[in-house]
Design a protein around this ligand. Structure first.
Ligand SMILES: *Cc1c(COP(=O)(O)O)cnc(C)c1O
Length: 391
């Protein structure tokens, strides 16, 4: 059977395994920073060019990290991947590795706070950044110039769950030879077809759905072999962004169950959003899997017919939002997402606190907005918890 014909859920369990001489069933944890060589000549040869099963130093690569990279690349339909210490190391690495002063990039403005910070750093080093409303193709078209080097966006934005049309933006970007770099965290590898749809580089925070149990940080950059090994890897291996083999080992376990968890979380999210829609205590229920979402058709087309694991609701005021959060029993107040446990976050005072009131308002991050990351609990329990918290 050819690997390529296997379903992602099968590849998520079997792909990328490098068995040692012991034939272990579970992926081995190679908790080593270095590797010894048989001879001085072998060390010399490996520094000139290492083969696929030859390692030098864990900052450059490690067998356990490589198993994780191979498996996620297979799921994403990418030629290769480089695993990083965190999602932000991946975002930073994916952009820093090829941009230089004087370059121009276009980015959606609805971004995770730390992604906005990375763009500020790029600007500090002379990269010109134009911001657009990611959902407005006319704005992308107007901002992309013949000399634009890259476009960057979250395919589903945090926390207001806007969907950016990967195919349409990629067409505009590719017309001028710009690289399409997407942060696909909210879409998850389960529903991602980003490469097929035109993305050149797909970045994940593995901390979220891939670990799925909120244990450790990690990230990954997926792309062509040329981009990953010749552009991203040199930058990352020399600047220290590599993942710990231990975290890569936890992420491999996460990938085993990723498909099952994310589909269960999506069912829960749809059930909760459906139950809450129309409740007059909520001024907005945002979920890409509800027909009322302004980009429902695009979401269904782009995300394989699923709305994802995140829901956002507006209780009208900070007071009402805080009161409901403090009464929740199953939903935990935290700021991770993609966890097996359901999480409630108040973006305006936490993840997006750094922004000015005007910028927050412009992004739709109102004082009453709550971001819900749906876990794998039974949907009926989540609905009951939310209802009693609002009562
Ligand atoms: C969490 C997150 C990141 C950063 O990932 P870390 O693993 O926390 O560094 C980047 N982008 C998005 C959309 C995220 O949700």
């Amino acid at each position: 059977m050819s690997e390529k014909n296997l379903h992602p859920r099968t590849r998520a369990v079997h792909h990328g395994i490098r068995r040692s001489q012991y034939g272990e069933m579970a992926e081995a944890l190679f908790m080593t920073q270095g590797f010894s060589y048989d001879s001085a000549e072998q060390a010399e040869a490996r520094f000139i060019k290492s083969g696929p099963d030859e390692f030098i130093y864990a900052r450059y690569g490690n067998p356990t990290s490589r198993m994780f990279e191979d498996r996620i690349a297979s799921l994403e339909g990418a030629e290769d991947a480089f695993a990083t210490a965190s999602g932000m190391a991946a975002v930073n690495g994916a952009l820093m590795c090829f941009l230089k002063p004087g370059d121009h990039i276009v980015s959606a403005k609805a971004l995770f706070g730390s992604c906005l910070y990375v763009l500020e750093v790029l600007a500090r080093f002379g990269v010109e950044v134009s911001y657009v409303d990611g959902t407005d193709l006319a704005q992308w078209q107007a901002a992309i110039r013949p000399d634009t080097k890259a476009v960057f966006f979250e395919t589903m934005s945090n926390p207001t769950l806007e969907i950016v049309d990967i195919e349409a933006v990629a067409k505009l970007a590719h017309a001028v030879g710009a690289l399409v770099v997407v942060d696909n965290v909210f879409t998850t590898p389960v529903y991602s077809r980003a490469i097929e749809q035109g993305a050149d580089v797909v970045v994940y925070s593995a901390t979220k759905h891939i670990d799925g149990s909120g244990r450790c940080l990690g990230g990954v950059i997926c792309g062509t072999r040329q981009f990953v090994r010749e552009v991203a890897e040199p930058y990352l291996k020399h600047t220290g962004g590599a993942i710990s083999p231990f975290n890569a080992w936890l992420m491999l376990g996460g990938l085993n169950t990723l498909d099952l968890r994310v589909r269960a979380q999506t069912e829960g999210a749809l059930a909760l959003a459906t139950a809450l829609e129309g409740d007059n205590r909520l001024s907005r229920v945002i979920y890409p899997g509800l027909a009322s979402h302004p980009q429902y058709d695009l979401a269904m087309r782009q995300m394989d017919g699923a709305g994802g694991t995140m829901v956002a609701v507006d209780l009208g005021s900070k007071d009402a939002a805080f009161r409901a959060m403090n009464r929740m029993e199953i939903f935990q107040i935290s700021n991770n997402l993609g966890d097996a446990k359901s999480i409630v976050t108040h973006p305006a005072t936490t993840t997006h606190q750094r922004l000015s009131d005007e910028v927050r308002a412009g992004l739709g991050i109102t004082p009453g907005l709550l971001r819900l990351s749906i876990g794998i609990e039974h949907a009926d329990d989540l609905i009951a918890d939310f209802r009693q918290a609002m009562a």
